[in-house]
Design a protein around this ligand. Sequence first.
Ligand code: 5AD
Ligand code: SF4
Length: 468
Amino acid sequence: MREEIKIISPEELAVQQAFAQKVLLHPERPKTYYIVTYGCQMNAHDSEKLAGMLQNMGMTPAADRREADFVLHNTCCIRDNAERKALGNVTWLKEIKKERPHMLIGVCGCMIQQKVMAEKLLSQYPFIDVAFGTGNLYRLPEYLYEAITTHERIIRVDPNASTLVENLPVCRDHPLKSYITVMYGCNNFCSYCIVPYVRGRERSRAADDIVREAESLVASGAKEIMLLGQNVNSYGTDNENGISFAKLLHRVSQTGIERIRFMTSHPKDLSDELIDEMAHNSVIAPHLHLPVQAGNNRILEAMNRRYTREHYLEKVRKLRAAMPHLGLTTDLIVAFPGETEEEFLDTVSLVEEVRYDSAYTFIYSPRTGTRAAEMPGRIDPEVASNRIERLIAVQERITGEILESMTGQVVLALIEGTSRRRDWQLTGKTERNININFSGSEADIGKIIPVRVTGHGSNTLRGQKEED
Ligand code: 5AD
Ligand code: SF4
């Protein structure tokens, strides 16, 4: 299925701005909002845009969703449990709405983008007031205006998720660390994955727009930028005038930002040019999230990943040769349809061989509409749980060994704030993206400073500020 990419014009955005004004002036408009976000960084950043639009309509954030006039759930559908969690929370809110009938309940994002889900919501969740998908997120002002003025349910899902919008208002959650989306969508169609269906085709933002956004973030005090995309390594390839991701990184690194990260890289598209740029550019953090998913070639092929175990390990070898202190992290799926015990053990042995700093581990979850959902050989849930437990145990041991080996080293940490558990403790992130806690003064918040590692917990480091 070839979806057309739709670039939203300034005129279309002006129409939305006019709706925002009408909402702002409407006596029955919601005064406060609460956004509940599920899923990945991409969704977290979409929620920052939703918040930007809501504030533009005169709304202020509520401290608790029970007190908000408009509660918007920005959903994820990557695995079954993500969907169940969102639907559970929406159902819970139904009871609150009984006490506060003027409360508007909204649901948007990836889950709604699926046709079956939009239909299910319509029939089984009549208390949802507003619902829209990923492609028409920018039309929130219009939908809210319709909901307020008609008192009817507004369910709007455009089957084409491939829209590209510039200049939406953004209300950023974190003053120091900011997200910039560099590309939307995915063309890879890994056989287990729903993302290409709910996020549409790959479309890259213009490099100039990205650099301008980075410059304005630097001017407002950002220290770290994370460039986001489902597959950043194919940035620019959908556009005749596009530049490569390595060149984009280079340009962003010259804006005065102190640190850059990016997510997510597909191993098949990881270029030598990118490795070289990372190795020679001190603004780019020496951390790479490189999802491998599985360590067995038959499974990788069935997943449509388009690399072999050997190709992947060769990329890791090149990366480590260029950057001996690179921190690697990954995503792993166990119990893909038909996965045998031996095939699972290939994943374990790959994890042992690569020695990731950490890994996100998942049990395969069938997604309606994907190719893998039709494959025979569903794995018994008990076997699946047992496999993931064994895999986690191996990764935890490796994480512990890596953290232990850092004891005594001096790391550069961006100090993000005080620890949630002890307020005298500062918390930061090392270049390799590992959390580090140490006692220190709040004056260091927002700075990148050297910290000597003195110990570690299961996945965090402890340290002491290195005096100069
Ligand atoms: N089941 C389990 N894990 C999945 N992921 C994507 N789709 C599925 C699925 N159907 C995982 C992959 C991906 C991460 C974001 O989520 O590991 O890299
Ligand atoms: Fe999903 Fe594969 Fe695209 Fe990642 S690369 S979003 S796993 S289809």
